[in-house]
Design a protein around this ligand. Sequence first.
Ligand code: SF4
Length: 469
Amino acid sequence: MHDACGVVGISLRDFSASVAKPIYYALHSLQHRGQEAAGISVHDGKGVRVHRGMGLVSEVFGDAQINLLRGPVGIGHVRYPTTGSSCLENSQPLLVKYRDGAIAIAHNGNLVNSQELQKQLEGAGDIFHSTSDTEVIAHLLVRELQRYDLADAIRAVMHRLVGSYSLVFLYGDLVIGVRDPLGIKPLCIGKLENGYMVASESVAVDTLNGRLVRDVQPGEMVTIKSGAISCERLVRAPRPAHCIFEYIYFARPDSILDGRLVYDIRVNIGSILAEEHPADADIVAPIPDSGITLAVGYHQRSGTRYRECLMKNRYVGRTFIMPDQSMRETAVRLKMNTIRPNIEGKKIVLVDDSIVRGTTSRRIVDMVRGAGAKTVHVRIGSPPIIAPCYLGIDMASREELIAAHKTVEGVEAVIDATSLGYVSLEGLVKAIGIPIEHLCTGCLSGMYPVEIPGEECCNSQRRITEFTC
Ligand code: SF4
């Protein structure tokens, strides 16, 4: 599973200050949200400069690139593609030039009506240079700016977009942050010593030694000019629909989302998992890194000893496609190794955040059994994923999702676990502390908060259709 992008925008009071370095560090802290491409766009007082590239932040930017991006105002982006293929043209910030100027735009999320909108815009004469839905947003904004002032233009665009979007724009010397009316993807405001910022997660604010002010409200626009901030709620929905997987897996545990520390939520989930699915075991161990905080909660509630059994190699890059089975196994062991003395002869509970296809879980259970475990109970900090995500997460197709086709017992057999237990949706919601009506649970329930074209089985029960200004 991959998240789809992290965004940041910073405006500093001091005109001689350079914003590129703080954006660079903020993007580093958001690297978990996307590793395919990175980019920074800066306004230098006269115009907008952009540098983008494929790869990690540290691979795309060196001193030379950062030094060229001079100016006190800018935005940045790390990308994992959802709509649009993985190529430089689709990396962001996307710079769109038009008659009256230029706008740079960075987007976290996914529009479900982007093809329809693109067709309409092409019919009206617009030419597209990428296959990303972000370019659709940029084209719509440029058109609305011919008719309205900035806030009304953004409001008009928001009324046409369906899907998830946390956006940052660089519009002249303004940094603008916008969160979709359902608040599906996160976006927060931070105060810096000499300015303000918006970012996907509060860890970016922490990294710059700033203070988290609050989350951007669903449907709100935040404008930062010369280091000063103003906010306006442009579009209102009857309730939000925050992505439930941000709390389970995507956001960093040290981030605060919607007023809650993600670490605490994950400990709560682990604790409820232990109540719902106890196991006769000597040790509870996480699947690193995603299962660590959940396993801490399971250990605290069950009293089962916490001991790590698997170690991840953090320095391994992409492995080649291996021609034979023994080399493939070598590649797996290179990424993750067992701590044999902690496993041999023991009854083990392995804790992870989710099961997508089941192949990784099977491999890990095999490794732990191969290292001498007596029994391997698998406990999962999310309910079964039964449907794809159309709202910004690169998960898998319905055909690939193991729980879309198999019962819990069926998945248990495929991954060869002694027993398998998923946290219940009720338990998960209790652990998060947000009412279920305020969460998107599309991939867990098949009920999405917006209409998904082509998703016939989509239940309309939780759909949100009324928006007001
Ligand atoms: S479908 Fe699942 S992963 Fe996608 S936004 Fe909703 S809760 Fe998040």
